[in-house]
Every structure is written in C-alpha cells, then in structure tokens.
Design a protein around this ligand. Structure first.
Ligand code: SAM
Length: 236
C-alpha cells in the first residue's frame, strides 16, 4: 500500500478514509493483520494494523522488508497524446524504470493540457503493481523549447525520430560505448517534430539522434521500445 507519510521503526501511519475502506472493507483485514507499505522514499516496510475503523485506522511499522530501489538516472520526455495512451506511457515508464517523467509541449503536440495529479496517481499504481519501492515524479506539462534552454550539460538526450530511419544509428546497437548516465529519452507527438525543433536538437552536444527501426511506431510504442532498448544497453 502506498502512503505519503515517512516510514521507520515504530512509526504510526494514520490511514485516509479511502485507504481504510480498501484495507478493512475490500481486503477484510482486521487488527493484527500485516500490510506492506511504501512511500517512494523509505523502502518497503512490514506494518501491523493497530486500529481499524470505517473511516480511518492506524498501521505501525515493524521492520523494513526491502530498501529503496532507485531506478537508473533516466528521464522520459514525451509529447502527450490521447488520454488512454498517455496513461499507458506513464504506466510503462514506471514499469521500465524511468526516474522522472516529463510531458512536453512541442509544436505539433495535440494535447494542450494534462491532469498531472491523475498521471502521478497512475505512477503510484504502476509502482504498486510492479513491486517498485520508488515512484517517479510526473512533472507538469512544460514547453520543450524552455526545457532545452535550461538543459543540464551532462545529461545526454536520446532523440528518437522516425525521419532518421536509415540515416541515424539504430538504438538497439548503438549505446554500448556511451557513458552510463544521466540520460533522457525524447519521444515526439503524432505529428513528429517541427523543422525548427529538429534543428535545435541537432545543434545540442548532449543529443544523440537514434532510430527505432524501419517502421513508424506510434508514440506509445516508441516510448516502450526506447525504454527497453536503453535498459538493455545501459540500465541496471
Ligand atoms: N509524424 C510522423 C509521421 O507521420 O511520419 C510520426 C510520428 S511517430 C507516430 C511519434 C514519435 O514516435 C516520433 O516523434 C518519434 O519520437 C517516435 N518514433 C516513431 N517511430 C520511430 C522510429 N522508427 N525511430 C525513432 N523514433 C520513432
């Protein structure tokens, strides 16, 4: 169960009404039952139900069962698409071990707004589901131009672009000699990147242009493929 509070030896964690409903009405747990807790910062803790009520309850942490497992220093930048596919990208990015997820507004991005709180909740659910002890931050939608203007000198960008098919190196074979981190993957919108964006990316020394193969992938497929290929070459 994901909670916001700090976790530590003997730490009492008060439950919200929703959490109490889930544990005591849906899962039918009672006082004395054991629950695994994580908050994305302190690893996983075994906690015992000390109080169980209809609208709340208290768990007490007994012992850490797993340390915090930080994923490698990889960010995923992507232009949001339709809601369900954006949700899919966030879920898969968490499962594939991205450390930060940054929705970006590009020239051809269809979606002007995202519900950052909803996407963050998806990230929590995905971490719960895949047994992760870390929850990546989903950032607010930010303009790609602005992000690139303040881009850290040491963070490499894997720029995935279908117009590079044939011309650029294939991501599958190209990363063996590259430094292990920090990195970011950049996936564009359904309309691809504009000429101006491409020129800007080409001019940045941090950018490595890569192809994901000879077919045009949907943005959600491209995100998962790029994450998997990066993990295979540089992940841990
Ligand atoms: N506008 C493009 C078109 O119709 O030709 C398609 C863009 S594609 C649906 C969305 C994003 O997925 C691209 O901006 C790119 O980041 C990534 N992508 C898709 N296929 C790719 C490939 N073969 N190599 C690298 N990136 C790819």
């Amino acid at each position: 169960l994901y909670v916001e509070q700090p976790l530590g030896q003997g730490q009492a964690v008060a439950l919200t009404a929703d959490q109490a409903h889930y544990l005591f009405a849906v899962m039918r747990l009672a006082v004395g039952a054991v629950v695994a807790l994580f908050n994305g910062r302190d690893g996983e803790w075994r906690a015992e139900v000390a109080e169980a009520g209809k609208r709340g309850g208290v768990l007490v942490c007994q012992a850490q069962t797993r340390p915090l497992l930080m994923p490698p220093d990889l960010w995923l930048l992507f232009a949001p698409i339709k809601k369900a596919r954006t949700d899919f990208i966030v879920e898969k990015a968490v499962e594939m071990g991205a450390r930060r997820i940054l929705p970006v507004q590009t020239r051809h991005t269809n979606s002007e707004r995202i519900r950052q709180d909803r996407l963050q909740a998806h990230a929590v659910e995905a971490a719960e589901q895949c047994g992760g002890t870390f929850v990546p931050e989903v950032a607010e939608l930010a303009a790609l131009d602005r992000l690139l203007a303040g881009w850290p000198a040491d963070r490499r960008i894997l720029w995935c672009d279908e117009s590079l098919m044939g011309a650029a190196q294939l991501l599958s074979g190209g990363l063996a000699g590259e430094p292990r981190g920090p990195w970011a993957i950049l996936i564009g919108p359904e309309g691809g990147f504009s000429d101006q964006e491409k020129a800007r990316l080409r001019a940045m020394p941090q950018v490595l242009a890569v192809s994901l193969g000879p077919r045009i992938l949907r943005a959600d497929t491209a995100a998962v493929a790029a994450l998997a290929l990066w993990q295979a070459s540089l992940g841990d």
